[in-house]
Design a protein around this ligand. Structure first.
Ligand SMILES: *Cc1c(COP(=O)(O)O)cnc(C)c1O
Length: 434
């Protein structure tokens, strides 16, 4: 039986009159799964409650930041303590230095860090910096990878752009788009051809080291190493966008997990402990080109905001302290959940590909392996919508798009995973009987 969402529906109706599409970030609208969004009221641990009083198990986790679940006492204490001492200074504070120190100590190859307020700002800054350092204009990105919504990175983007089927965003000029070259994920030849087509013009390659925004697609053996080599060969910078993977696939992110170092990398999501924080980080010889040390300009009124820094610091400290327990545990949960989903789909006779890496994974409704955007895009989105609605009805909250990830957190217990699998069996049956 469907849950009662009448208050959410009413508020959404009003929201649409004062907010474009009723939401402040497109995928939240649920338009792609054919229903109205639910409005959250509160969250604790692995649970969220909507404004109609329905409880859900949360497998979105704010799209990644809540790796310890909602309301972690250590993070809340750090925030409360800072609230009494000042909410915003627009001036240096010690917490931003401590957070930078901590990131440098756990992320391989990171020597300096510049704080910003979102992942979008982080990647936008990284691109500008790469262009400033190399004196070159063009960039290479991958189809289906999402790096936030700055103009040059919206070309062939994943996440909401892919979900809503928006091929080229109005408002991005042709001149800007023409500086963005688009390669195929997991295909080094496609990258080499672009380099060869524009020798001495490519400033950087930007990549999600594990794709999360076309659904989860892991890099194939040698792909990241190959990108590293191509960048070195053609004098371009390698930027790894670790906004999802940072502090998630390992404490030191994908660079640690795969043993490949980028020149610049970007973090977001997890590093703010739920507050709006991002950063661009990397080698000193590149980072030192940022103003005021260098001439590539970048700034932010709320950058290094003390409350956000304390939240991020508390979260990263806890991750570092508990890494030996946490990451193996997340992997074990991942094996249980995503392995269980594979079995459940096959028992229901639904053909899926379950891609998972550590604490993120995606059920693609397609019989063929998903290794890039083209293979991801073959997924049956109607089947996904049926699956999503059946999960929601049973109190399971997952991202409302075929092209996003399920996020696992420390707050998910075995019981939560079993609840997910039980709901998924029902959901797969509904997909099969459609
Ligand atoms: C979410 C995301 C971004 C954008 O971060 P925002 O904080 O939403 O601006 C950039 N890159 C990747 C890989 C992301 O997943």
């Amino acid at each position: 039986m469907a849950l009662d969402h009448s208050r959410s529906t009413e508020v959404f109706g009003h929201a649409r009159t004062v907010i474009p599409g009723g939401v402040n970030s497109p995928v939240r609208a649920f338009s792609n799964v054919g229903i109205d969004p639910v409005f959250y009221d509160r969250a604790q641990g692995a649970q969220v409650w909507d404004i109609d009083g329905n409880a859900y198990l949360d497998f979105i986790c704010s799209w990644g930041p809540m790796i310890f679940g909602h309301g972690d006492p250590e993070i809340l204490d750090a925030v409360r303590c800072q609230l009494d001492r000042g909410v915003s200074f627009g001036a240096p504070c010690e917490a931003e230095v401590r957070l930078a120190d901590l990131i440098c100590s756990v992320a391989p190859g990171v020597e300096e860090v510049r704080m910003v307020s979102s992942g979008t700002e982080a990647t936008m800054t990284a691109i500008r910096l790469a262009r400033g350092c190399t004196g070159r204009d063009k960039i290479i990105k991958f189809q289906g990878n999402y790096h936030g919504h700055s103009d040059s990175l919206l070309v062939s983007a994943g996440s909401g752009v892919a979900t809503l089927g928006i091929p080229d965003t109005p408002g991005v000029t042709a001149a800007t788009a023409s500086d963005t070259m688009v390669a195929t994920y997991n295909n080094l030849d496609s990258v080499r051809s672009l380099f060869e087509a524009a020798p001495d013009q490519v400033a950087c390659v930007i990549v999600e080291p594990v794709s999360g925004n076309m659904g989860v697609v892991a890099p194939q053996e040698g792909f990241l190493r190959g990108l590293r080599d191509l960048c070195d060969q053609f004098g371009a910078l390698l930027i790894m966008d670790e906004v999802i993977t940072g502090f998630r696939v390992a404490l030191g992110g994908a660079q640690q997990l795969f043993g490949v170092s980028a020149d610049l990398c970007t973090y977001g999501k997890i590093i703010g402990g739920g507050f709006p924080v991002g950063c661009v980080a990397g080698r000193e010889r590149f980072m030192s080109n940022l103003a005021p040390a260098g001439s590539v300009y970048q700034a932010g009124t709320l950058s290094g905001n003390p409350v956000a820094m304390e939240a991020g610091l508390a979260q990263i400290r806890k991750l570092a302290r508990e890494a030996d327990r946490l990451y193996p545990q997340l992997q074990r949960k991942s094996d249980v959940l995503f392995g269980g989903l594979r079995d459940a789909a096959s028992q229901a006779g639904v053909q899926v590909q379950v891609n998972a890496l550590g604490s993120v994974g995606t059920v693609f409704f397609t019989p063929d392996p998903v290794v890039d955007w083209q293979t991801a895009a073959r997924s049956d989105r109607d089947a996904f919508a049926v699956y999503f609605r059946a999960m929601l009805d049973q109190g399971l909250l997952i991202a409302p798009s075929q092209f996003e990830a399920v996020f696992l957190s420390d707050a998910h217990t075995d019981q939560h995973l079993q609840a997910f699998l039980a709901a998924a069996r029902t959901a797969f049956a509904q997909v099969a009987n459609r």
